[in-house]
Each structure stands twice: as structure tokens, then as C-alpha cells.
Design a protein around this ligand. Sequence first.
Ligand code: GDP
Ligand code: IMO
Ligand code: MG
Length: 423
Amino acid sequence: MVDVLLGLQWGDEGKGKIVDRFAPDYDLIARFQGGPNAGHTLYVEGQRIVLHQIPSGIFHPHTDNLIGGGVVLDPVTLKREFGKIAALGIDASRNLCISERAHLILPTHRALDKASETAKGNNRIGSTLKGIGPAYMDKTGRNGLRVGDMLERDFTTRYIRLRLKHQKMLDSLSFSEDITEWEEEFFEALELLRSLRIVNGEYHINDRISKGDRVLAEGAQGSMLDVDFGTFPFVTSSNTISAGVCTGLGVAPQRIREVIGVTKAYCTRVGSGPFPTELHDETGERLRATGNEFGATTGRPRRCGWLDLVALRFACMVNGVTKLVMTKSDVLDNFASLSACEAYRIDGETTDKVPYQMSRRPIEPVYRAFEGWLSDTSLCTSYDELPARMKEYVSYMDTALGTRIAYVSNGPGRDQLISMPGT
Ligand code: GDP
Ligand code: IMO
Ligand code: MG
């Protein structure tokens, strides 16, 4: 049995915190897509830690963690992460394994990411510059190198061949970058990678499912950044939705039980691209300051706005969400009034559907207003303690999305999670 936990917006919904909280109930946490563009923040005994490559179950000794075949892996980031985890007294190799099918991010992929963004100028995606796009392009272009290849004798020859190809591409974009240091780090980090438990991911996971182990697939990014269903071209390069679990881990669809969708109580986006409910005013600034909305991977300020129920309904539909987790509700504690977007107005027409192309024509959100609850909820530990107006907001969302909010997260700490009645 596999449960899936993924983001329903444009990433940074608080997935890491929730996975860390749920991890003791699972035997295996598996990342199925994305790479070091992800930044999942956890608090472990009061210490903040951001994970980019390693699944968020790593701090639980009885839970194993798998970097699945659909992930693109940067060995340098992985090694750094090992260092951060070791500083907390934990050896990440004790409960981590890596699929031999995961594609490697090479130093030249990072250079190509930069070159491509520079060439796009004002139309840039706002990539995290971690080499994600170029690495996935080499996967679909059938050129990439995989973790398993690293164990073969001809790895260096193949690496040099691919690097040469990349060099020609960089030259054609008139982009030059000295990658000597990156390359040194890369080969050093490969040594660590070679020493880890490298597995045939699909047999590993299916064997464990067959023997009754409980698996949680941890999504990275968010549904609106999905390469097929997001706000293309302002998206990432992988399938972030639940379908990505099947291709990224090699599990069949009927193995999937719950699809747990995570949404903030408002909305953020980092990088370029359409964001209909974005607030360019003081309220947006307040959301950013109160929610500490700065990128966990790049430190960039996140764009902030009200909840977008049109996009959320779409995300619930394409993912088959069975339960919702609403995070960061505490950030709204001091807002006297709140809004949620119920429909879009495009060219004078009102629609409750996400158009296939969101960036060509202006989208005007149609809002419903709510009175804020104006009380500190960060210390609440049960549904009964929540203010009535927050309960109304949650219940309105349940109905508007046709999916139940099962948990409300009221702070960044592991213990700040409230079960809704019936959960
Ligand atoms: P992820 O990428 O989905 O794992 O999310 P990030 O870690 O990038 O961003 C979420 C941020 O919100 C992190 O700084 C978390 O510590 C923080 N966070 C998570 N849940 C809550 C919550 O319920 N309330 C507050 N105030 N912060 C939260
Ligand atoms: P987590 O897992 C938020 C965004 C980037 C950019 C676009 C493409 O922490 O939620 P890429 O580097 O993938 O080529 O960037 O996607 N992006 C994210 N935004 N959270 C993330 O991950 C993201 N990963 C990528 O800002 O707009
Ligand atoms: Mg993040």
C-alpha cells in the first residue's frame, strides 16, 4: 500500500514538515521526482534543517528512505546534506537507499540551466539553477547518465562524452563558466554515492509493499508546477502530480491508497509565471513577513496572495486527492479580513476552470470575503480550541473543494498539527 503526499499549489506548501510528522507511521518514505530544486524544511529538536535531495523521513530511525528512479540527483548536494545531518549526530546512510535509475545532475547541467535562463532574458522561468531542466532533457533525450552507470567501468568515458556535448551547447549559447571546482566536488561526491545502498528501486519498493510495508511517496514542488498540468512554460521539468508516483517509483496505480494534498491557507509562488491571486500591496507584504515567505532553496522572496480555489479544485482533480492538509493557518491569525478566489474572470467571462494557458490573457480573480478570527491559534492542540471563524473557513474549503481537510497545521513545529473531526 502506498500513500502519496504532495503539494497542490506552486510548491513550498509545508510538505517536508508534514512528511516528517507522519513518517513514524510508515516503513518507507520515497521521493519520486524532482531534485535539489526542492527545499523541504523540518524542525528537529528545535533545529531547522532544509532537505533538498533526501526524503523527509530521514530523522526517524525506524523509517527507511528511498530516492526513487524519477528523481534527478546531484551528488554534491547529497554530500552536503549528509554533512548537515551528521552535524545533528545522525548518519544518513543508516536508513537511505537510492534507485540505480535516478539520473545524475552533472556540473554542466547546472551551467546549461544558467545559460538557458540567461538566454531567455525577461522570459526566464525563474529556475532554481540546480540543473533540473537540462538533466531531465538528457533523460528524455536519451543521453543522461544514471546512478547505476556510475558503478560501470566506462563511466568516466561516458561522462567526458556527455560533457563535450554540453560544452558545444554552452558555446552555441555563447556562455562560459569555469566548472573546474564543481567538477572536483562532483567526483569527490561520487565517492560518497558509491558507498551508499544503491538498489533496484522498483523491485525494492514492490517487494516491501508485498510484505505489507507502508510506503509514503513524498512529492516535491507543487501541482501547478507540473510539466504537463502546471502553468506551462513556467513549470518545473517533472510530473509533480500523483501520476508521477507510478513512473517515478515503478508502482502500479492500484497500489495507491490515499492521495494527501497539502495546501497553504493562502498562496505563494517563487519564480516567474502566472499567479492570479497575487497581491502587490501591503497585504501581500504582510503575508510574506508573517509567513516568513522566503525560498528554502534560493532565499528569494516568495510572491504572496490569497487562496486560489479554482487552481486548488483543478489540482484535487488531476491528483485524485482523497484528503487535504491545510498548512500555515496561523499566519492568518492577525488578518481582520480574508479572501478566497472562487472563479476567474477572463475577457469578461466568468469561469471556474483553469485555462490551458494562464499567461496570455489577464485573469481577474472573483473573491469571496471572510472575517478573520483574530486570535492566536499557534498553541491550539485540538479542533475544539480553534476559533469559530477558523472552523467556518475550513468547513467552507471542504465544501468548495469537495474534499475533506483532515489536518490543519498551525506552526512549523512537528507537533503543531491538529486533526479535524473524523480524522
Ligand atoms: P515544502 O517545500 O513544501 O516542504 O515547504 P518549505 O519548507 O519550502 O516552506 C514551508 C515553510 O513554512 C517552512 O519554513 C516551514 O518551516 C514553514 N511551515 C510549515 N508549516 C507551517 C505552519 O503550519 N505554520 C507556519 N507558520 N509555518 C509553517
Ligand atoms: P519544493 O519541493 C517552489 C520553481 C522555481 C521556478 C520553477 C522551475 O520546495 O516545494 P526548476 O529549478 O525546477 O527548473 O524551476 O519551479 N520551483 C519551486 N518553487 N518550491 C519548489 O520545491 C520548487 N522547485 C522548483 O522557482 O519557478
Ligand atoms: Mg520548499
